[in-house]
Design a protein around this ligand. Sequence first.
Ligand code: KET
Length: 398
Amino acid sequence: MFEHIDAYPGDPILSLNEDFQKDPRTSKVNLSIGIYFDDDGRLPVMRAVREAEAAILNEPGPKPYLPMAGFAHYRDAVQALVFGETNPARAEGRIATVQTLGGSGALKVGADFIRRYFPQSQVWVSDPTWENHRFIFERAGFEVNTYPYYDKATGGLKFDAMLAAIDALPARSIVLLHACCHNPTGVDLDRAQWERLIGVLQERDLLPFVDMAYQGFGAGLDDDAFAVRELARRGIPALVANSFSKNFSLYGERCGGLHVICEDAGAAHRVLGQLTGSVRSNYSNPPTHGAKIVTRVLNTPALKESWQGELAAMCQRIARMRVAIHDGLRDHVHGEALTRYVKQRGMFTYTGLSAAQVDRLREEFGVYILRSGRMCVAGLNDTNVGTVAESIAKVLAD
Ligand code: KET
């Protein structure tokens, strides 16, 4: 029966992370997966999360199914965080929001929804992008293409080429964008560039799908959401996937949201219904625990303040590690290949190392980064950064 099933080649991120777990070397360093580790190399449990969880466990109760769209309080609190409390699109009831299984679940529910209602459309993702974007949209039945994004020569953005490519797309094409902290390059659009891009999206009648997995890791919770808030404010139809895996350090609880910005409240009502149908036919309804934690933190001013403070401290630690790896490589890497460590934003730096160099780093030195050359700088700490820099220097020397 299953003779024709070919072997799964593995996932470039998750399978490498599993290989890391199996590696017996005690000196190994995990800079592969996009996870924030603290200075002791541990996955943090944020104070606000711990307090909210303790309070929730003190109120034991029955465990019914959640509604298909998720907890109403969660949906509202998440929508406010993503779009800003006072965004007119919220007051006008133009945003349809469902609770999802992390950002990945939001992308999948959204992909199924648009596949059904925009069957002629193709998807366009940045070159490069998070590998799973392609997998999710292809498995939902889309043809996936790329638009120019990262400039290898400068370590920056090919903005003009990006804009020209998007300007030439057929109406109703789906344009996948990263709200902030682009994965894997760490290179983002500035405000003026967003304004121009949003103008083109609107003029050409394109459908943006914005992935915001790192809100709070770039320029702050509000600034990172600039593009999605601007789309909503201007009434441009768009989908937004958000995740609490990273900014709440709640990876395994699978907390996220899918938001569809609509032209009016009537459309938002119908879209919400169809998103609910997509959830029902995928996994019926979302899990409870993580959503309760996020809701409690976002709706309790003292916990929210504590969460924001801790998130800001995590960003400062990443910035400090960017400087540390930059300084450690100063004698071995030059020009833009060095400054990119401090210029690029969020959890990742695109090192420019080749797949062969990455393999050597892993095999000889136990330093794990993705074969694309993506390094998760949030996995560096005061103890390992020196060894990582030395290992990279040795690999580059040959
Ligand atoms: N979008 C982006 C851009 C992203 O980097 C991730 C996770 C997700 C969505 C999914 O997050 P979720 O946990 O489903 O809420 N990225 C890291 C982990 C992974 O690949 O699953 C990573 O790039 O390492």
